[in-house]
Design a protein around this ligand. Structure first.
Ligand code: Z5A
Length: 215
């Protein structure tokens, strides 16, 4: 029987280096002979990417927090059930740039949506599926913002205040304490080579802890 793959998510505030580390992590795993799928949220499938565009586009119309929350989970339902779960069942490891921890951080910590409302949707959409590991790239908000500022037009989230991103960082740190077996924190304010070395060491440990069994 094929052994289920590992589901690993990368989290953190804007610009901390998630995409950079996710690509390096994929290369590390592939060099260890593991079949890897890279994906992201919101998004990851054509329909979920269309929902991402709806969510990120700046607009004059105010977006109600419940609309934002439901769209995040609508995209997640499509992504989880049509891409993530089938890939894991086929033995692939799934590396995902953000997942439901981002909803607790952004919609919960950032927007002030109550945790139990998010948890209700988490159960509805995911049942008991949770990431096997979450790598939290943590850095002061201004570090990530200064790394991200070279991009062009700001999306709807990037237009938020520093205080919004401070609440998000604090929520991630609280969750890392609440779920210590899921979370691994890496100091993302270090130079790139040092961050990459820490993330690579974590990935290699996950490989040792989950040796693939022959079919
Ligand atoms: N969102 C939400 O509200 N609720 C949810 O449930 C979910 C998401 C799932 C889209 O996310 C938005 O959706 C996001 C939260 C919301 N909005 N925000 N903000 P996204 O992940 O696509 O967008 P992002 O967080 O803005 O990601 P990002 O800006 O692309 O950042 P990143 O992936 O963490 O960073 P990067 O692209 O790898 O690196 C940024 C630059 O820094 C780049 O030039 C790198 O070369 C450089 N870099 C990276 N590491 C280093 C180090 N260590 N030193 C120096 N320079 C570095």
């Amino acid at each position: 029987m094929t052994q289920r793959g590992q589901f690993i998510t990368f989290e953190g505030t804007e610009g901390v280096g998630k995409s950079t580390q996710l690509n390096t992590a994929a290369a590390t795993l592939r060099a260890s002979g593991i079949d890897v799928v890279i994906t992201r949220e919101p998004g990851g499938t054509p329909m979920a990417e269309a929902i991402r565009e709806l969510l990120l586009a700046p607009r004059d119309e105010p977006v109600h927090e419940t609309t934002e929350l439901l769209l995040m989970f609508a995209a997640r339902a499509q992504h989880l059930h049509t891409l993530i779960l089938p890939s894991l069942a086929a033995g692939q490891w799934v590396l995902c740039d953000r997942f439901t921890d981002a909803t607790f951080a952004y919609q919960g910590g950032g927007r002030g949506v109550a945790n139990d409302r998010i948890a209700m949707l988490e159960t509805l959409v995911q049942g008991n599926v949770r990431p096997d590991h979450t790598i939290l790239l943590d850095a002061p908000v201004d570090v990530g913002m200064s790394r991200a500022k070279h991009r062009g037009e700001l999306d709807r989230f990037e237009q938020e205040t520093v205080a919004f991103f401070e609440r998000i960082r604090a929520t991630y740190l609280q969750r890392s304490q609440a779920f210590p077996s899921q979370y691994q924190i890496v100091d993302a304010s270090q130079p790139l080579a040092a961050v990459t070395a820490e993330v690579t060491a974590l990935l290699l440990k996950f490989v040792v802890d989950n040796p693939s069994k022959p079919d």
